[in-house]
Design a protein around this ligand. Structure first.
Ligand code: AMP
Length: 521
């Protein structure tokens, strides 16, 4: 451990020499970390017996007001690793109106709410004020809280900037900045907002930066935001998935995914689980399908208003819902103790999302299970997940369903499933499409590569142009048909100009009887 003290900052540390030496010993307890009696009592009330590895590593440094770069996935106890010492750091001093003393930036509302809950639990014997600035809820209430002065401000980047731009908040009294789930911020496109926010903060501050993975872009940010940070890594980068999670993967035909899910639930006696889908639309479809088959399910995705999201989550937490079908947006902030099973109904396109999803289970040392359903076309995504994990995911056979092979992940997807019949059926019904591939094909191509070999070598633009031409020809044909019909209607009816023209075919002669009026009946 590096005990270097950054003299430019006020030392709030309660970290004693004794604590330091006991830290070096095995079997560490919370009282060895230098936390205050108030915080220790709150931890005891929460029922925690000993600190998790990230807590053991990070808390002493945070108390020393050092910057920390934490490479830790969700479920490792990382939230407490910064909230516990922050409570002690902020316990002396008072916040001025509209000038928060600390700022925690998170990518999602759920994660922000979860952190706020943590502050409430651990800070119950301290009198810290807190505000939560998240989208989807009224700004007025948030403004009132800011006006009263807050010690801890937890915010999503967009809503924080909204308040700042309206002049409702000043950020020049921030002493501690936490950036949580930085890699998720990157995925969600929040980095420019985060950079803007950081540029508004005082240069002299303490920064705690957490990310489950450290891609180069995140490394660049941490270099820019942190000063001489203590780096704490609790899981090696190549194997970031919680080791307490047993992972299984089933490769099945796209048409059989819902059936496969129901069968695994029964086969593996799953009583409660979160089921992740790649798209919001599929969340709704799967939720309805599960309910139709008698499962106690509900859906959760980013398009729902905050009140319904919170309510659904609460019902799931209380055990009133057994199966929560969720999109990725919901994945980050879910803090549900003891979640035994996670399903990936779709293989995520980003391997990091896989880690985040399965991190919902096997938390804080408990056992968890994660089942993923892949279709042959998911080969490339499975490959990248397995590379990140450093291991193949063990395969599972589903009772009564045929297993198929993954296509090779070389981008050409030339593999074929073992069960050609199933594939043919899928093509015929048009349901054999891979959602992730659908997303890639947002062009006007009407048939997938597999369905129409002639399209295979065409560029998307070319194919789209071809489709447009075909559509135009079809339109031309149908308007011609319409005209013909109209013409024949006109021919039959008495209301048209053609009636005045001479009749071709009878010659100039018209028999007299034709000119006589018909006899009334
Ligand atoms: P996090 O990684 O912060 O999302 O935390 C995962 C879960 O572990 C949360 O439900 C915490 O309440 C719980 N937790 C955090 N620290 C401990 C600990 N030392 N002992 C037991 N559970 C903990």
């Amino acid at each position: 451990m590096d005990l270097t003290y950054n003299g430019s900052r006020q030392n709030h540390s309660r970290f004693s020499r004794t604590a330091f030496f006991s830290y070096m010993q095995a079997g560490m307890s919370f009282s060895d970390l230098g936390l205050s009696p108030e915080v220790l009592k709150a931890i005891e009330d929460a029922g925690y017996v000993e600190p998790t590895p990230i807590q053991q590593e990070a808390i002493p440094y945070v108390l020393m007001t050092r910057d920390v770069l934490g490479c830790a996935q969700t479920g490792t106890g990382k939230t407490a690793s910064f909230t516990l010492p922050m409570i002690d750091i902020l316990s002396s001093g008072r916040a001025k109106a509209r000038m928060p003393r600390s700022l925690i930036l998170t990518p999602t509302r759920e994660l922000a709410t979860q952190i706020a809950e943590n502050f409430e639990i651990y800070g119950k014997y301290n009198k810290l004020t807190m505000a939560l600035l998240i989208g989807g809820v009224s700004m007025d209430e948030q403004t009132k809280k800011l006006d009263r002065g807050v010690d801890v401000l937890i915010a999503t980047p967009g809503r924080l900037l909204d308040h700042f731009e309206r002049g409702r908040i000043l950020l020049n009294d921030i002493k501690v900045l936490v950036i949580d789930e930085a890699d998720r911020m990157l995925d969600m496109g929040f980095i420019p907002d985060v950079e803007k926010i950081v540029s508004l903060l005082p240069k002299i501050r303490q920064t705690l930066f957490f990310s489950a993975t450290m891609p180069p872009e995140i490394r660049r940010l941490s270099d820019a935001f942190l000063m001489n940070p203590k780096e704490v890594t609790v899981a090696p980068q190549s194997r970031p998935a919680a080791e307490t999670v047993t992972q299984k993967l089933a490769v099945i035909d796209q048409r059989e995914k819902r059936e496969a899910l129901r069968r695994i639930i029964k086969q593996e006696t799953v009583e409660t689980a979160i089921i992740f889908c790649n798209r919001k639309r599929d969340v709704d479809i799967l939720d309805k399908s599960l309910r139709k088959h008698g499962f106690n399910a509900a859906g959760l995705h980013g398009d729902m208003d905050q009140a319904s999201r919170t309510e659904t989550l609460e019902r799931f937490k209380d055990g009133k819902i057994n199966f929560l079908v969720a999109s990725d947006v919901a994945a980050r902030g879910l803090d549900i103790d003891d979640l035994p099973v996670v399903f990936n109904f779709d293989v995520p396109m980003h391997s990091e999302d896989y880690i985040h999803r399965i991190g919902r289970t096997g938390r804080a040392g408990r056992e968890g299970r994660a089942f993923s359903l892949a279709t042959p076309e998911d080969g490339v995504y499975v490959e990248s997940i397995e590379t990140l994990l450093g291991n193949p995911i063990p395969r599972i056979e589903i009772d009564g369903l045929d297993a198929v092979d993954l296509e090779e992940g070389d981008g050409k997807r030339r593999g074929r499933s073992r069960r050609s019949g199933g594939r043919r059926r899928a093509q015929k019904s048009g349901s054999g499409r891979n959602p992730s591939r659908d997303r890639q094909e947002k062009t006007n191509i009407s048939t997938s590569d597999d369905e129409n070999p002639h399209q295979r070598n065409k560029s998307p633009d070319k194919a789209a142009r071809n489709d447009n031409r075909q559509a135009k020809q079809k339109d031309d044909r149908s308007s011609k048909k319409k005209e013909d019909k109209a013409r024949s209607r006109r021919g039959r009816g008495g209301n048209n100009k053609d009636q005045d023209k001479s009749v071709v075919g009878l010659g100039d002669h018209m028999p007299d009887f034709l000119k006589k009026p018909a006899r009334p009946s």
